[in-house]
Design a protein around this ligand. Structure first.
Ligand SMILES: [Fe+2]
Length: 328
C-alpha cells in the first residue's frame, strides 16, 4: 500500500503545526510593497536586511521571514513542537537516523533545532517564539487579502513515496493523495497534516527538493476575490499565476500569486476538519481534471515546473515520469 498511517500511535516527538518559512529576496523594498501593502501581512520587525511578517490572528512573532539575498531562495521550513522535551526528542531522532543536527541562534524564537529530511530539505523545529499582539479584531488594520495565518507549505520532491514515508514516520497523517493509473499505481502527490485540517505539508512529484508554495489562510473566498481586484488594478496583474478557483483536492478556494522574486504564495480558504483518527485518505487519479480545479480548469505549465530552490541543497530529477493535465 502506498499510503501508510503513522507507524506508532505516539510519534517519536510531537509536531504541532507548520509555523514559518524564510525566503531570500533581492529587493526588500519591492518585497515589502508586495507582502505588506498588497497582500496585507503585518510587520512584526524590520531591519536593513530582514522583514518579519505575520497574519492578523497570529500571536507568534513571524510566519514569513524575508531576508535580503543576492539570489532568490528558500531557507528552511519551520515547525512548532509541543514542548522543549519534544525538541530534545526530535534532535535524538534525527541524529539516530544520521541526519544533520545543529542549534543555530534564530532571532525572535527560542532554542531551534536545524536539520534536514530524507532529501536534504532543510527543516527547523522550535517550541517557543516571541509573542506579539493579535490583530484579528483590529479591523481598521486589515488590508489586501486579510491574511489570517500560515496554513501549509507545498514542496516538489523527486520521490513522493519516500517523502510520504519519512513524514509518516514522524507523525504526519495523510488526508488526500494523487496516484497514477498504472497497474502498480505510484504516488504522485500527498497532503499531510499535524494540526487537524487538510495539510501542514504537501509534496508534488517534480525536480526537488524545491519549495512550491506557501499557503496563507484567509477567512473567506470573498477576501481572495477582493485581492484579485486589488492586484489587477495596482500593477500586480502579471503576478497572478493561477485562479481564483476551487480545488478538487482539499475543497479549498485558492489564488496563486508570485512575489517579485518568483516565490509562490497561495491564498487559501474553506478546507475541512481532519481530527478524527479513523479518517480515511481520499484518493485522486492523476488524470482527473477535477483534482486540480473542481471547475475543470487545468493549471498552467509554470505551476508544475517552477519553484524556489533551498539554499545550498542540490536538486534531483523526479523518479516518476508521469505527467499531469497541463493548460495549453
Ligand atoms: Fe496549497
Amino acid at each position: 500500500m502506498p499510503i501508510r498511517r503513522p507507524p506508532h500511535p505516539e510519534p517519536p516527538f510531537r509536531i504541532v503545526r507548520v509555523s514559518h518559512v524564510e525566503l531570500g529576496v533581492r529587493d526588500l523594498a519591492a518585497a515589502r510593497a508586495f507582502y505588506v501593502d498588497c497582500l496585507g501581512l503585518l510587520v512584526s520587525n524590520e531591519t536593513a536586511d530582514t522583514l518579519h511578517l505575520r497574519g492578523l490572528e497570529e500571536r507568534n512573532h513571524h510566519s514569513i521571514v524575508l531576508r535580503k539575498a543576492r539570489e532568490p531562495h528558500a531557507a528552511a521550513i519551520g515547525f512548532k513542537v509541543a514542548s522543549e522535551e519534544d525538541l530534545d526528542r526530535a534532535a535524538f531522532w534525527f541524529g539516530r537516523n544520521n541526519l544533520p543536527t545543529s542549534f543555530p541562534e534564530i532571532p525572535h524564537q527560542g532554542r531551534t533545532l536545524r536539520t534536514a529530511d530524507v532529501h536534504g530539505l532543510p527543516v527547523d523545529f522550535y517550541f517557543r517564539m516571541e509573542q506579539v499582539e493579535r490583530m484579528l479584531q483590529r479591523y481598521a488594520a486589515h488590508r489586501g487579502g486579510r491574511i489570517q495565518r500560515i496554513d501549509h507549505v507545498n514542496c516538489f520532491t523527486p520521490d513522493v513515496q519516500a517523502s510520504h514515508d519519512f513524514y509518516s514516520e514522524i507523525g504526519f497523517r495523510t488526508t488526500e493523495y494523487t496516484e497514477t493509473e498504472d497497474a502498480g499505481p505510484k504516488l504522485w502527490a500527498v497532503w499531510m497534516h499535524r494540526k487537524g485540517n487538510v495539510h501542514d505539508l504537501a509534496f508534488t512529484n517534480g525536480r526537488g527538493p524545491r519549495l512550491h508554495h506557501v499557503g496563507m489562510w484567509t477567512q473567506s473566498p470573498l477576501d481572495i476575490l477582493n485581492l484579485c481586484d486589488l492586484m489587477a488594478t495596482s500593477g500586480y496583474l502579471p503576478n497572478m499565476e493561477r485562479g481564483p478557483g476551487r480545488h478538487g483536492i482539499s475543497n479549498a478556494f485558492f489564488l496563486y500569486v508570485r512575489d517579485p522574486d518568483g516565490h509562490r504564495i497561495e491564498l487559501f480558504a474553506s478546507d475541512y476538519l481532519t481530527v478524527d483518527p479513523d479518517l480515511e485518505p481520499i484518493r485522486w487519479s492523476l488524470k482527473d481534471p477535477q483534482r486540480q480545479t473542481l471547475w475543470g480548469h487545468p493549471a498552467p505549465k509554470s505551476w508544475f515546473e517552477e519553484g524556489s530552490t533551498f539554499a545550498g541543497v542540490p536538486v534531483r530529477e523526479p523518479a516518476l515520469g508521469a505527467q499531469p493535465i497541463v493548460a495549453r
